[in-house]
Design a protein around this ligand. Structure first.
Ligand code: C2E
Ligand code: CA
Ligand code: CA
Length: 621
């Protein structure tokens, strides 16, 4: 292509030179031809004047010499007038005849002067001479006309060739530019894509999606947010290379399913986002289900028949009443996705009215929480734990409640996740801890029974290096014996950072706190962790007791956990127990404590205090 272009340019340059030459030649020759016509005309006119003067008795040898000179130059083609002598046969013939006649005219003039002939003869000859001169002028004119015709056609032809060459160069250049632009586009598109999966990186996805949404505001668009369930498990069990191969394949599947003006992107690890178009909303879940089926088929065929679940939140732009940008739609799709994890079995959830209400509620929680902390709207409820060997209340768990200004009590699952997301959970946890210390101090000061209390700390606290020191400070401020305070945390932090969990637990232990693993058995529990963690108590999640007293499988699992945990010399607490039969079973298998509605629900501080006093009186009796 480049060679073609260079050739075209050289040709154009040569043509330009040629065209310039021809043009100059045309101008010069039209000038000399003009002069030729002019001088033949002068011969015609001057000869008439000469004869007129002769007849009037005014002889003019000068004029004869003048005409001689011109005619000589016309015949020879060079001289002082710069006249040409074209090789044109018609012109040459006329010129020769004119020249001969001129000789006759001159002889006649000489005769006339000597009286050899009369005026009439001279006049007739001069008339003939005029006609011949006229013919010569026309012949010269004709020649000049033909000449400039040839030159003009040559120029026109050259112009056309130049124009074509120019168009060729232009087309070649623009083709070149176009292909350059295309490869540029391809490169920049590649740079915006995730190397592993081939889908767009989040920022590029957002930018492109926003443009598409703005370009066609009336089009039916939907944003989808997908997630694999327990992808970490796949990585842990089968290795990162296999995990990566699944993500790569999933990216291919998603990209392969895209239609015109649709997009795919990756948020992080195993979270993907999509921008789809649709006619009917049901199509969206159907398409995604198809993509998810392809990836599970892939896994099924590639690794020991393994499969994985996928979750997807779908937000149709038309279902959002607010005027949002792409971030807002992504948030909503993600929110819908999270509701899958929160319970229902449907893996594809559309953002709708109920989700919108929850979102609004979360927003209101978010707006009010800082103020509520300042106004001390949070109170602590206590749920007693009963020791199975004695059937007596042995300790309690502190559970936070939000009593908002209008008197409604908001349960923790409605606001704890928001506090966590906004990184305010530390403040809330410390607030609860201090409230517990304050109350224990009050019990001790009043001489009332003070039993150990456990508080919950969010996993986020573990990332705060000062967390243990701050708790020690608060405990010291109220001078609470360390044995009265237990810290409950879930082992979920170990998923990200097992070392950190081990370090913090050691620090808590060294500071004298009793440590408990909460919600054991829920989600991704790891028994192997128990050998590294210096904890004192393991709380078996209420999930095992939801199947009722007859769930043999659950009870077998609980027995397995209790048996194993005993070997580590840990105490066990069964949570969420609602049936007396379960209590009996737990007692039989050697579980230490039960915390559940079967004995007590969480109660306000005052009620718990009264319960403790009553219990103490009972024991004295
Ligand atoms: P959790 O730590 O697992 O607390 C036990 C939850 O189980 C409590 O819910 C309690 O009311 C409930 N429960 C106890 N016995 C039964 C039963 O027999 N049946 C049923 N269905 N439920 C029972 P609650 O008070 O709504 O707290 C929910 C979660 O909120 C807690 O789960 C804990 O993770 C979190 N939470 C509560 N207070 C705090 C706090 O001060 N800080 C932090 N970070 N989290 C807290
Ligand atoms: Ca707890
Ligand atoms: Ca729990």
């Amino acid at each position: 292509m480049k060679r073609f272009l260079a050739g075209g340019l050289i040709a154009l340059f040569l043509l330009l030179l040629l065209f310039g030459g021809v043009t100059i030649h045309t101008i010069v020759s039209s000038q000399t031809n003009g002069r030729l016509i002019n001088y033949v005309g002068i011969v015609r006119g001057a000869s008439q004047r000469l004869v007129k003067l002769e007849l009037a008795g005014q002889e003019s040898d000068e004029m004869i010499a003048y005409l001689d000179g011109i005619l000589d130059e016309l015949s020879a083609g060079n001289g002082s007038y710069g006249l040409p002598c074209p090789e044109d046969p018609a012109y040459q013939r006329n010129l020769r005849e004119l020249d001969q006649m001129w000789e006759e005219v001159k002889a006649n003039i000489a005769d006339y002067r000597t009286g050899g002939n009369n005026a009439q003869v001279l006049l007739t000859l001069s008339e003939d001479y005029f006609t011949q001169a006229n013919n010569t002028v026309f012949a010269a004119e004709d020649y000049s006309y033909r000449q400039s015709g040839i030159l003009l056609s040559a120029s026109a032809a050259m112009l056309v060739i130049m124009l074509l060459t120019w168009i060729f160069i232009l087309v070649a250049c623009s083709k070149n530019l176009l292909s350059l632009e295309k490869s540029n586009e391809r490169l920049s598109d590649l740079a915006q894509r995730d190397a592993l999966t081939g889908v767009y990186l989040l920022e590029a996805f957002k930018e492109k999606a926003q443009k598409l949404l703005e370009a066609e505001p009336d089009e039916k668009f939907a944003v989808l947010y997908t997630d694999f369930a327990d992808f970490k498990y796949i990585n842990d069990v089968f290795g990162y290379a296999y995990g990566d191969s699944i993500l790569t394949r999933y990216g291919e599947i998603l990209n392969g399913g895209l239609r015109e003006n649709e997009l795919s992107g990756r948020v992080s690890a195993d979270n993907f986002v999509l921008l789809y178009r649709y006619e009917e909303k049901e199509e969206l879940a159907a398409r995604q289900r198809e993509a998810d089926r392809s990836i599970t088929d892939f896994m099924h065929n590639s690794h020991d028949g393994q499969t994985i679940s996928t979750y997807c939140g779908i937000c149709c732009v038309e279902d959002v009443i607010e005027n949002l940008k792409i971030d807002g739609f992504l948030d909503r799709a993600n929110f819908a996705r999270k509701t899958v994890k929160n319970g229902t079995n449907l893996n594809y959830v559309y953002y709708d009215e109920s989700i919108r209400n929850r979102l609004r509620e979360e927003k209101s929680v978010e707006n009010r929480m800082a103020e509520a902390l300042k106004r001390r709207e949070f109170t602590v409820y206590y749920q007693p734990k009963v020791e199975l060997s004695t059937n007596r209340v042995a300790c309690a768990e502190a559970l936070v409640r939000w009593r908002s200004q209008d008197g409604t009590v908001i349960p923790p699952d409605r606001f704890i996740p928001v506090f966590e997301r906004k990184y305010m959970i530390n403040r809330l946890d410390q607030y609860v801890f201090e409230e517990v210390c304050r109350w224990l101090r009050h019990m001790l000061d009043e001489g009332k029974p003070a039993l150990p209390v456990s508080v919950n700390v969010s996993r986020l606290q573990f990332y705060d290096l000062n967390f243990v020191n701050r708790y020690v400070e608060i405990r010291d401020k109220y001078q609470i014996p360390p044995s009265l305070l237990e810290i409950e945390f879930t082992e979920s932090i170990a998923i990200d950072n097992a070392n950190l969990l081990v370090r913090i637990v050691d620090k808590l232990k060294r500071a004298g706190f009793v440590c408990a693993i909460d919600d054991f058995g829920k989600g991704y529990s790891s028994l192997s962790l128990l050998k590294d963690l210096s904890i004192d108590i393991l709380k078996i999640d209420g999930f095992f007791f939801t199947g009722g007293p007859d769930s043999a499988r659950d009870m077998a699992l609980v027995q397995g956990i209790v048996d194993l945990v005993k070997k580590f010399r840990l105490k066990t607490v069964a949570e969420g127990v609602e049936h007396p039969e379960q209590v009996e079973y737990l007692r039989r298998i050697g579980c230490d404590y039960v915390q559940g509605y079967v004995f007590y629900r969480p109660m306000p501080q005052q009620d718990y205090e009264e319960l403790l006093v009553r219990e103490e009186e009972k024991s004295r009796r």
